[in-house]
Design a protein around this ligand. Structure first.
Ligand SMILES: CSCCC(=O)C(=O)COP(=O)(O)O
Ligand SMILES: [Zn+2]
Length: 222
């Protein structure tokens, strides 16, 4: 039986689009895959890729992430977050957080934000206990966060301000003076997790490792 192309796209791990250069296809396929994992329930979550020096392609706001198509993406200016083309769909309400990450890390090519349950639970517990970064120690999966040579990793934890630009400002301030080689991830209490990497595959793999680390930390009881 020949698979329908749509089936191929929706079942491929972390969103293989038919055309490897089709960034909009990769974004929407990644969102659908993360939705299917239960990490982007309903309209939650957003995904972006850098597009040249001055722009970012990001998912549109408020749409069911399990039904996203290539048309549900918006090219925005990297400096302001405004759509490049008039008549575009509204970009993600959390575009400013993505832009803060791209500004802080010029080599980053993709950012993934989702609401995975263990990461959100661990972040919220930590915040209630007084806040500060979430630290993972000894677990082998730390290597999946780009930390092959360390036995611990710290993920910064941010407040979930109602005004998203305030979260973005705090993210920008935090990474303006980063620790040496900071982990490619952040947590927002009572909200979710954001990871980044050279491309969507790397950013998505890091999200998967972060969620597994959070699950293990909750199981171990650290
Ligand atoms: C229903 S989730 C609330 C908004 C959010 O946290 C999110 O990740 C999705 O926002 P977007 O504007 O990108 O759809
Ligand atoms: Zn969110």
């Amino acid at each position: 039986m020949t698979a329908h192309p749509v089936d191929v796209v929706s079942t491929a791990p972390y969103g293989a689009a038919a055309d490897p250069y089709d960034a909009a296809g990769w974004l929407s396929a990644t969102a659908r895959t993360l939705y299917e994992r239960g990490w982007m329930p309903g309209t939650s979550g957003n995904v972006s890729v850098r597009s040249g020096a001055d722009a970012v392609l990001i998912t549109a706001s408020g749409l069911g992430k399990g039904r996203l198509t290539s048309a549900d993406t918006v090219l925005v200016r990297a400096d302001t977050g405004a759509p490049v083309r008039p008549g575009s769909p509204r970009p993600s309400a959390e575009t400013c957080i993505h832009l803060a990450v791209y500004r802080a890390f010029p080599m980053v090519g993709a950012v993934v934000h989702a609401h995975p349950p263990y990461a959100t639970a661990l972040a919220s517990r930590r915040y209630r206990a007084g806040g500060g970064p979430v630290r993972f120690t000894d677990l082998e999966l730390i290597k999946g966060m780009g930390r092959a040579y360390l036995d611990s990793v710290e993920i910064p934890l941010f407040a979930n301000w109602r005004e998203v630009p305030r979260i973005a400002a705090e993210v920008g301030d935090h990474f303006a003076h980063p620790a040496t080689d900071p982990a490619p991830a952040l947590l927002i209490t009572h909200h979710g997790a954001t990871t980044w990497g050279a491309d969507l595959a790397e950013a998505s793999d890091r999200l998967e490792c972060l969620e597994a680390l959070c699950q293990l930390a909750l199981l171990i009881g650290d």
